[in-house]
Design a protein around this ligand. Structure first.
Ligand SMILES: *Cc1c(COP(=O)(O)O)cnc(C)c1O
Length: 392
């Protein structure tokens, strides 16, 4: 089984069959499990064996199938599934840190990740230093003797800057710090984060892994010691467990993840090439374009540009709104990785609450829009975008 390609793992990895021999994975929609005897119950509480479950907050067969499948896909020793991406991020951060610890993190972060790092960890006496993630000299300064953990998103949202996983991991490991990568934009299809030096990889499964905008979920992947020894006790007692139903949805998502993400990335690449130099746009940001400042790193780290592309429409917010409102196929929303193409105006939605100077620092200008490319025919997407740009 270990020799299977990722695509085969994504279809068969981790499957557990009941006595009925069902083809499609079963949804074990149960919180509890029946024991043969009082002695058996006692034994399981002392030490639960492989595929022995106690309570769905601790583990469940459908959830275990999802964990094992994605661990095989990612090439990780183990995985723990969570109720959402943020349950994964907060659990991964909180489970191993304590007052007095030092964390270095990239500044360009998903808003809720920033909240956990700055507000929550700060309140518990963890010192967090934020750096410009693309600047290796800044990392070198921030990662010092005594730094316990390094956290960043491998591709930043929404400006699509890449952070060099191998280079930052090398610095971190020199001082014994653990490296955690929020890898949502890279997706498990293009991720080689663990090979490149990351110790822990985190996904919001709400995005590409579900891929159809149906449910929330998250997962933390890494060495068994960390997943079962540090993270699991924290998660199982604090309650961020993934529901068995959502685990089933995500299992089905994994089966088609590779096909979907590759098709979405190919369309994103084609659209980026088509839009480069368009008179109504002041910027086309896509790591798959040779002109992107991190193009070489993107190719080395992911081998592709990803499924998201960011455009700066001329005419500021007014221009951006006119563009969004003229789109017919592409929907205005804030998810990403969906089969449906989704466009977002970060300055007024996902990043609305940031002070103006912070928006400027992160490159979130009034004309900036983030496009998550879906599975529609690329010609329909191209026509939709070109038509709407005429309205600008
Ligand atoms: C969406 C997202 C999260 C949070 O995931 P949820 O499933 O919404 O909790 C964290 N990090 C990144 C980069 C994301 O895009």
């Amino acid at each position: 089984m270990e020799k299977w390609h990722r695509q085969t793992q994504a279809v068969h990895g981790g499957t557990r069959r009941s006595q009925y021999g069902e083809m499609s994975e079963a949804i074990f929609l149960t919180q509890g499990f029946v024991y043969e005897s009082a002695e058996a119950a006692e034994a399981r509480f002392v030490q639960a064996g492989e595929d022995e479950y106690i309570y769905a907050r601790y583990g469940n067969p459908t959830v275990a199938m999802f964990e094992e499948r994605i661990a095989r896909l990612e090439g990780a020793e183990d995985a723990f599934a969570t109720a959402s991406g943020m349950a994964a991020v907060s659990g991964a951060l909180m489970s191993g840190l304590q007052a007095g610890d030092r964390v270095a993190a990239a500044r360009a972060l998903f808003g809720s990740c920033l909240y956990v790092l700055e507000e929550v960890l700060g309140r518990f006496g963890v010192e967090v230093t934020l750096v410009d993630g693309g600047d290796l000299a800044a990392w070198e300064q921030a990662i010092r003797e005594g730094t316990k953990l390094v956290f960043f998103e491998s591709v930043s949202n929404p400006t699509l800057e890449l952070i060099d996983i191998a280079a930052v991991s090398e610095m971190a490991h020199k001082v014994g710090a653990q490296v955690m990568v929020d890898n949502v934009f890279a997706t498990p299809v293009f991720s080689r984060a663990l090979e490149q030096g990351a110790d822990v990889v985190i996904y919001s499964a709400t995005k590409h892994i579900d891929g159809h905008g149906r449910c929330l979920g998250g997962v933390v992947l890494g060495a068994r010691d960390f997943i079962r020894g540090t993270l699991e006790p924290y998660m199982k007692h604090t309650g961020g467990a993934l529901s068995p139903f959502n685990a089933w949805v995500l299992l089905k998502g994994l089966e088609t993840l590779d096909l979907r993400v590759r098709a979405q990335a190919a369309s994103a690449q084609a659209l980026a090439e088509m839009l480069e130099g368009h008179a109504a746009l002041s910027q086309v940001i896509y790591p798959g374009l040779a002109a992107h400042p991190d193009h070489a790193l993107a190719m080395r780290q992911m081998g592709a540009g990803g499924t998201v592309l960011t455009l700066e429409v001329k005419g500021g917010q007014e221009g951006a709104f006119r563009f969004l409102n003229a789109l017919k196929v592409i929907k205005i929303s804030n998810n990403l990785g969906d089969a449906k193409s989704i466009i977002t105006h970060p300055a007024t939605t996902t990043h609305q609450r940031l002070p103006e100077e912070q928006k400027a620092q992160l490159g979130i200008t009034p004309g900036l829009v983030r496009l998550s490319v879906g599975l529609e025919h690329v010609e329909d997407l191209g026509r939709d975008i070109l038509g709407a740009l005429q309205a600008v």
